[in-house]
Each structure stands twice: as structure tokens, then as C-alpha cells.
Write a protein that binds this ligand. Structure first.
Ligand code: NAP
Length: 428
């Protein structure tokens, strides 16, 4: 039986779990791939450190270039993370005719085009199932199983940390800061949670999903991004009362020939399948005219789930190497315009603190009317001093909505526009 020789860049959370999985399931993997997989080199920062992996110490090095350049290495698994030096190393591996499996969303969302060009030129595989949704199979289903469909929308909960935080705000009535503190304490958030809370992590994943779903390159910087830091307990409470739940969403949708991509907290109807995705779980909801609605659900991160995705990619590479199969390659064969956020459309929830006296609602409605933003429903709650008004709009242009908010702020009867959140997952 043929053997595929592999070099690893990184042996941390994902790398070490992948090495254990490859060893533990070696016989099954060989049968499934028609090829054995042998790890011959592992590049890390500290080769002397003790690691719970079934790879001999003398195969470790801190010279990552030597892993990529080793003529014995046929495929490279990049599980080191970050852009530098991962980008240069992956490009070098591809240019040298080596297949690459990576878990690095940041790298793909920023440099996908260059990487795929290099892979195509060299006729090698570039796989990245673990980069979005950890252990959830998403990339291959979208690229291959759904190749006969024209996907119209992908809506995902692709960041476990922010889903955990919003779940605690809903279920335990915590404030954002309390829930964030708990997420850090329980290991669901990094000590510096910026990339998660501000939506950078989700934006990279959204760009990758959009590129695959709509066959047109979208980069992380194209994705309109709002963090979850502005979501208050008050918003979560109103959401519950009105039959919604606030979720951290990544949305990629077709609008004519263009695409709209955005990451933000949003209200979802409580009976929407994504509303049931709690704690740090991830899920991606895919819509198409023929296939209808699909949902992929599971652990979006973690050593073992992510290792399953990396190992699966490696099995595919090994299978291709053994059978002379053709790599799937880049599927971005179109050039679609990415809509600016002002051009995109949505439905919105607004929470206003207003003067509690007659005629206020009419003045507020006038501002909406001036911008042709149609109001679907209104609730008012008097507090004695002031009143709180909650409005939900019909589908409206985001630019018009922003102008409406400015108009509301300039009204003397409006003390404060406390929140504006999108409402997703329902028509009308
Ligand atoms: N963790 C998850 O649940 C998860 C899920 C999906 C995707 N991913 C992605 O998988 C990748 C790896 O994540 P991880 O959590 O496994 O990271 P990690 O635990 O921090 O491991 C990184 C590994 O890379 C090595 N490394 C990093 N920079 C290096 C450098 N400049 N030179 C030499 N070695 C270097 C480290 O060496 P030392 O061991 O010597 O420090 C370590 O072995 C990232 O792209 C991440 O986004 C992770």
C-alpha cells in the first residue's frame, strides 16, 4: 500500500489531537484512503517540550521552513494559526507541489485567492474543512454535495464564544459583562476576547462561506461587522417577550447578482432552527430553491472535533494521491459585487426612550415615513418618567434605516435611541 508522507506546522490544541487521531485510527484510515499516512516532520516553537502525541521527539523541529522544504514531505498540515509566517510557509509548500490541509480561517479569508492560484498552478490539493465550524462538515457539502444547487442564503452561528455569552444573557439573565467574565473563566473565551466579541473571527468564516456558496471571492474585509458588546439585558428581555432570541449571526445572501455579507447580533424567531443552537455550539443554515432548508450543527471548535475535520481532509488528500484523483480546487469562478452595508436590506428592531406624552408616536412614525421605512409593529411601555417604545420594521434599506435613526435622535421627544438590532429569519 502507498504511504503519504506528511509534515505538520504546529502541534498545539488541534495539531496534537489530529496526530493522536491519525495514529489511533491508522488502520481504518488506510482502508478508507487506500493509502497509509505517515507523519515525518513536525514544526513547533519549542521542540523540547513534552507532548502527548505518538510522534518521536527527533521528528520535531523549530525550523518550520525545513518541514516545508523537506523533499520527503508530500503534504503539509498547517495548524499553527496566524497569518505570518503561516502564509509564506503554505505558499512555499504549494509552490513546491505539496498538498496542504489547513485549519486557518484568518489565512484563507485574507489570502485565499493567492493560495488557490498557487495550488492550481501546482496541481495540488488545498483543503480547509476545519477553518469554519470546527468539526461540522460544511466546506465539502457546500462545494461538492450542493454543487447542483444555487444557494441563496447562508445564515450561521459560527462563533461559539459569542453564542455562549448570549445564551447566558438569555437563560441566566446575566449582563454582557457578567456573561463575558464567565466565558473567560470557563475557557469558552480567550483572555483577550476581542476577535470573538467584535466579530472578526465570524467575519473571516462568513467570507469563506460566502465565497464557496456563491462561487465568488469574498474577503474578511468585505464583511460588514458589528460586535455583540452593545446587546443589553433589556434587548434580550424584549426579544423574549416578543417571541425572539438574540443570536450572533453571520449572514451571506444573494441579492440579484451581488452578495451581501454581514456579521452582527440579531433577533431570530424562537421557532427558527438556529434559535435552538445554545451554549457554545455552532450551526449553519443553508437555503436554496430546490434543496429547501438545511442545517449543519455541532461543535464549532475544540481539539477532537476539529481534528476530525483535519484528518478527514488528509484522508481525502491521501485518497487522491493513491488514485491519481484531481483536486477539487477553487470554486470561485464568478466575480460578484459585494454590496455595501448601506445598500443591503433587512428588518430592524429599535428600542427608544421617549417623553411620555400624547402625540409622540405620531412624530416618531413621521420620521419613519419620511425615509419610507415601514413599521410592522409597535409596543409602548410607560415608566412614569418616560416611555419605552419598541418598533419592528418591515424589510428596509439599511441606508434609509440609518437616516431614520439620525432623524429620531434629532427629535426633542426622543431621549435616546437605545438599541438597533437586525431581525433575521422571517419574511415580510
Ligand atoms: N482550537 C480550536 O478549537 C480550533 C478550531 C478550528 C480551527 N482552529 C484553527 O487551528 C489553528 C491552530 O489552532 P490551535 O488552537 O491548535 O493553536 P495552538 O494550540 O496555539 O497551537 C499552535 C501550534 O503552532 C506552533 N506555532 C505557532 N506559531 C509558531 C511559530 N511562529 N513558529 C513555530 N511554531 C509555531 C505552536 O508551537 P508550540 O507548541 O511550541 O508553542 C503550537 O504547536 C488556528 O488556525 C485556529 O484558528 C482551531
Amino acid at each position: 500500500m502507498r504511504t503519504l508522507t506528511v509534515g505538520f506546522l504546529g502541534c498545539g490544541t488541534v495539531g496534537s489531537a489530529t496526530l493522536r487521531l491519525l495514529e489511533g485510527h491508522a488502520e481504518d484510515i488506510a482502508e478508507r484512503a487506500g493509502c497509509r499516512i505517515e507523519v515525518v516532520r513536525v514544526g513547533v516553537r519549542d521542540p523540547a517540550r513534552e507532548r502527548d502525541v505518538p510522534v518521536a521527539k527527533d521528528r520535531f523541529t523549530d525550523d518550520l521552513g525545513s518541514v516545508v522544504d523537506d523533499p520527503e514531505v508530500e503534504a503539509v498540515v498547517e495548524v499553527m494559526g496566524g497569518v505570518d509566517p503561516a502564509r509564506e510557509l503554505v505558499l512555499r509548500a504549494l509552490e513546491a507541489g505539496k498538498h496542504v490541509v489547513t485549519a486557518n480561517k484568518e489565512l484563507l479569508a485574507g489570502s485565499g485567492r493567492d493560495l488557490f492560484e498557487a495550488a492550481e498552478d501546482a496541481g495540488v490539493d488545498l483543503r480547509f474543512e476545519a477553518a469554519v465550524g470546527g468539526g461540522i462538515p460544511l466546506i465539502r457539502p457546500l462545494k461538492e454535495s450542493l454543487a447542483g444547487e444555487r444557494i441563496t442564503r447562508v445564515t450561521g452561528i459560527v462563533n461559539g464564544t459569542t453564542n455562549f455569552i448570549l445564551t447566558r444573557m438569555h437563560e441566566d439573565e446575566m449582563s454582557f459583562q457578567e456573561a463575558l467574565g464567565l466565558a473567560v473563566a470557563e475557557g469558552f473565551a480567550e483572555p483577550d476576547p476581542t476577535a470573538d466579541v467584535e466579530g472578526h473571527d465570524a467575519a473571516a468564516k462568513c467570507a469563506i462561506l460566502a465565497s464557496i456558496a456563491f462561487n465568488s471571492r469574498v474577503v474578511a474585509d468585505d464583511v460588514a461587522r458589528e460586535g455583540i458588546g452593545a446587546v443589553s439585558r433589556e434587548d434580550v428581555g424584549f426579544a423574549e417577550e416578543l417571541g425572539y432570541v438574540v443570536k450572533p449571526l453571520a449572514v451571506a445572501e444573494l441579492d440579484g447578482d451581488a452578495v451581501a455579507v454581514r456579521v452582527h447580533p440579531a433577533m431570530l424567531p424562537q421557532d427558527h432552527p438556529l434559535a435552538a443552537v445554545r451554549e457554545s455550539y455552532n450551526a449553519v443554515f443553508v437555503e436554496g430553491p430546490n434543496v429547501g432548508e438545511l442545517m449543519f450543527y455541532g461543535r464549532g471548535a475544540g481539539a477532537e472535533p476539529t481534528a476530525v475535520a483535519v484528518a478527514g481532509d488528509l484522508v481525502d488528500v491521501a485518497r487522491g494521491a493513491a488514485n491519481g484523483g484531481r483536486p477539487v480546487g477553487c470554486t470561485c469562478y464568478r466575480e460578484r459585487r459585494v454590496l455595501s452595508i448601506e445598500e443591503s436590506e433587512g428588518r430592524y428592531y429599535l428600542l427608544l426612550a421617549v417623553v411620555d406624552r400624547p402625540g409622540v408616536l405620531a412624530r416618531i412614525a413621521g420620521v419613519f415615513g419620511d425615509e419610507e421605512v415601514s413599521i410592522r409593529s409597535v409596543w409602548q411601555e410607560g415608566t412614569g418618567e418616560e416611555a419605552l417604545i419598541v418598533l419592528i420594521t418591515h424589510r428596509a434599506n439599511e441606508g434609509a434605516l440609518r437616516r431614520t435613526v439620525e432623524g429620531l435622535r434629532s427629535l426633542d421627544v426622543v431621549h435616546e435611541v437605545r438599541s438597533v438590532l437586525r431581525v433575521e429569519g422571517e419574511d415580510g
